[in-house]
Ligand binder design. Structure first.
Ligand code: URQ
Ligand code: ZN
Ligand code: ZN
Length: 484
């Protein structure tokens, strides 16, 4: 299929210019003024609109088995909803149970994701450690295009990675040239505070934020940052929700450490008053971790985005419907953690970022697409409007509004954390792999059309070292000496 996107203004992470965009066979073939439409090409009128790279959501959990249930959004409905909102690629998570071989878990998730309508990739979580994990990390990087390994510092008794696992995994990731990512909450503190709440008779959703205050996230973020510093490995802190964690990232970045931070659309706009709502279903629908924070933290995150201390925005799209959330009706710690947002992220970021002057249009493209592509090593194939890039493009009408609602969204969840919010500035057309998959409310996605996207590792370090050692006298050089 070939498409000529005519009459628009191209907005990338670093430039804004009038140009047509021509795509053919899933690839951008030409970007320039007054392009001709070859015979048979479909013409999309982008007059008065912006033409931007399709969004990348680097943090989703489609059909995740978690806390005794399975997330209600699957890879087909979730990627469809994402593309309805302008997001053309997700990076999801393979999360092995402790003692489950990483390769077994990876193959399981690959099976589930075959139904995806849009492109996807996987971070792989390291939830335990033995020689097989050490080996599987190498297999995943060298044979399966995985360059990022996730570590949940929360969820004691389930998937929590203690310091021993962090140190082993960070060491291995560095050898392989991969980046480490963390869910930064101190799981021991959360567990203790949960018990304290329950012993005091606080069993409702209001106990959730009280059992994981910002200090709990700040401690873990700083600990992960320091371990990454000692192990000399790049670090990506997912869903940075509060000033405490942001300050740890800022300190590290100001000292030249390679640390990246991610902000969720929800954490930028929603505060912890939602947990004090009298209706259990409403409050429970907002139970996610880290929780929505007291007023003030949202503005700190916006300033972090504006200052470039936080590089990406995501959703942590992990949907559970009311009957699932009801598992915690008598005990908030049993409420499946997770909320939605994959369809709304870009609309919300545009309205409250660009619409308020916090972000330029170029910064919007950077934090919704290009930075994630660069950090996870798929730029400029993804996250760019350039010849040779994948034809993942959105036509964006800055004057068009919609009101967000669970009644009308495409997400497979009975709640929307942005319910009732009117957003101005939305995609009118979404193009994925050079096909129109969404146009003016008409969804044209195809189950299974999505592709698994390989993400090459960065320059492996130790393999170079091993070669060097093989060439020369086998001396035991320290990493510091070798670097000299
Ligand atoms: O912790 C995560 O990122 C997953 C399990 C989704 N749930 C959540 O509350 N964030
Ligand atoms: Zn998390
Ligand atoms: Zn998550």
């Amino acid at each position: 299929m070939s498409i000529l996107i005519r009459g628009g203004t191209v907005v990338t992470a670093d430039n804004t210019f009038r140009a047509d965009v021509y795509t053919e066979d899933g690839v951008i073939k030409a970007v320039g003024e007054d392009l001709d439409a070859p015979a048979g090409a479909e013409v999309v009128d982008a007059g008065g609109c912006y033409v931007m790279p399709g969004g990348i959501d680097p943090h989703t959990h489609m059909e995740l088995p978690f806390m005794g249930t399975v997330a209600s959004e699957d890879f087909f409905t979730g990627t469809t909803a994402g593309m309805a909102g302008g997001t053309t690629m997700i990076i999801d998570f393979v999360i092995p149970n402790p003692q489950e071989k990483l390769m077994d878990a990876y193959n399981k998730w690959r099976g589930w994701s075959e139904k995806a309508a849009g492109d996807y990739s996987f971070h792989v979580a390291v939830t335990w450690w033995d020689d097989s994990v050490h080996a599987d990390m190498k297999t995943l990087t060298e044979e399966h295009g995985v360059n990022s390994f996730k570590h949940f510092m929360a969820y004691k008794g389930a998937i929590m990675a203690d310091d021993e696992i962090l140190v082993n995994s960070f060491t291995r990731a560095r050898e392989l040239g991969a980046i480490c990512t963390v869910h930064a909450e101190n799981g021991e503190l959360v567990f203790r505070l949960q018990q304290d709440m329950l012993e005091r008779g606080i069993t409702g959703p209001e106990g959730h934020p009280q059992s994981r205050p910002p200090e709990v996230e700040g401690e873990a973020a700083n600990r992960a940052i320091r371990i990454a510093q000692v192990m000399d490995v790049p670090l990506y802190v997912v869903h940075t929700s509060c000033k405490d964690a942001l300050d740890a990232i800022i300190r590290a970045r100001n000292e030249g450490q390679r640390v990246f931070g991610e902000a969720l659309a929800g954490h930028l706009l929603i505060d912890d008053s939602v947990y004090r709502h009298p209706d259990f279903e409403f409050a429970a629908a907002h139970v996610m971790s880290p929780p929505f924070r007291p007023k003030g933290h949202q503005e700190a995150l916006w300033l972090g985005l504006q200052a470039g201390h936080l590089q990406t925005t995501a959703t942590d799209h992990c949907c559970f419907c009311a009957p699932q959330k009801a598992a915690g009706i008598d005990n908030f710690s049993l409420i499946p953690n997770g909320t939605g947002g994959v369809e709304d992220r870009m609309h919300v970021l545009w309205t409250h970022g660009v619409g308020t002057g916090r972000l330029t249009m170029n910064e919007f493209v950077a934090v919704t697409s290009t930075n994630a592509a660069k950090i996870f090593n798929i730029y400029p194939r993804k996250g760019s409007i350039s010849v040779g890039a994948d034809a993942d493009v959105v036509v964006w009408d800055p004057e068009k509004s919609r009101t967000i609602s669970a009644e009308t969204h495409h997400q497979n969840i009975d709640f929307n954390i942005f319910e009732g919010m009117t957003v101005k500035g939305v995609n009118t057309v979404t193009i994925s792999q050079g096909n129109i998959v969404y146009q003016e409310g008409d969804v044209r996605t195809e189950k299974g059309a999505g592709r698994y996207i390989d993400r090459p590792c960065f320059a492996p370090y130790y393999s170079a070292m091993e070669k060097q050692r093989a060439l020369h006298a086998p001396t035991s050089v320290s990493r510091v000496q070798a670097a000299e």
